[in-house]
Design a protein around this ligand. Structure first.
Ligand SMILES: [Zn+2]
Length: 281
């Protein structure tokens, strides 16, 4: 599932191709993937991100809010191709194909919205009302927007919950998905099952620091894009390799202490830890 850093990667990647360019038409092949009128032609003035929602603003005072959900992808095809989102064969496949839900036609290329499982969608909004949209209005602060004291206050309010559940809850922290929750807790040497109330202020500060570091590293590595999916020699890569220390590394050695990384279940989610660095309190 594309997480916040992946959506930020898409925003930055698409800027280069569509900012100040005119969108000339829309084609929709799945009704639930497009919410709004179909007669849409205007020039892009800005690309913004709110949590995991990408917002494209246009000079007709309208905006497109894009949710990728489980399997959404944005694939630009102009003189060159840029693909990002849920990594799959579509990054390099012929387009449109049977997973293409919406086609945004621009004066200089085509932006495909592909979504295998159809949970994602694009919604037309008035630009001045974007921040009133319920999903956006209810977003908590992102790790970059909150102080360690603010996170400590949130943690204390959920003292009987495992810390992983607290930081995964989007009402507490926006954009910290499963990958980044595991990596932040590993960074802070905190066991994900630790009751939030048992954490010191210093541990909470380290979790926040870890979240910022690993999310920044993911954005800087290019997230789940075509460039990380297909390596220069044509083989398939995995963007997690660029920054993940524990996520999907079960059976491999901890980079800090050499112990074997294991996969457990916490808060109903597959969770990766180093049992030696992250002791349960
Ligand atoms: Zn370790």
């Amino acid at each position: 599932m594309p997480e916040l850093p992946e959506v930020e990667t898409i925003r930055r990647g698409l800027l280069k191709y569509i900012l100040n360019k005119k969108m000339v038409g829309v084609e929709v092949s799945c009704e639930k993937s497009w919410i709004g009128p179909l007669d849409f032609a205007a020039k892009v003035t800005e690309l913004r991100r709110f949590g995991k929602a990408l917002v494209i603003d246009f000079d007709n005072k309208k905006s497109l809010m894009i949710h990728l959900r489980m399997t959404g992808q944005m694939i630009w095809q102009g003189e060159e191709r840029y693909a990002a989102g849920h990594p799959s064969e579509n990054f390099t496949a012929e387009l449109p194909n049977k997973q293409t839900r919406v086609i945004l036609k621009f004066e200089n290329g085509i932006l495909f919205f592909n979504d295998q499982r159809k949970f994602g969608f694009i919604k037309v909004l008035d630009t001045e009302k974007v921040e009133e949209e319920p999903f956006i209005a209810s977003l908590a602060k992102e790790p970059w927007q909150m102080t360690a004291d603010e996170l400590y206050e949130i943690v204390k309010r959920h003292k009987n919950s495992p810390i992983k559940a607290v930081i995964l809850d989007q009402k507490n922290v926006a954009g910290l998905g499963n990958i980044y929750a595991d990596e932040s807790l590993y960074y802070a040497k905190v066991h994900p099952k630790t009751k939030a109330g048992k954490l010191s202020k210093r541990e909470v500060r380290m979790i926040l620091e870890g979240a910022r570091k690993v999310m920044t590293a993911s954005i800087e590595s290019g997230g789940s894009t075509m460039a990380t999916y297909v390596k220069a020699d044509g083989t398939k890569g995995d963007y997690l390799e660029k920054f993940a220390e524990v996520f999907r590394r079960e059976g491999k050695k901890c980079g800090r202490c050499g112990a074997e990384i294991v996969k457990i279940r916490v808060a109903g989610r597959g969770t990766h830890i180093c049992p030696k660095c992250q002791k349960e309190k």
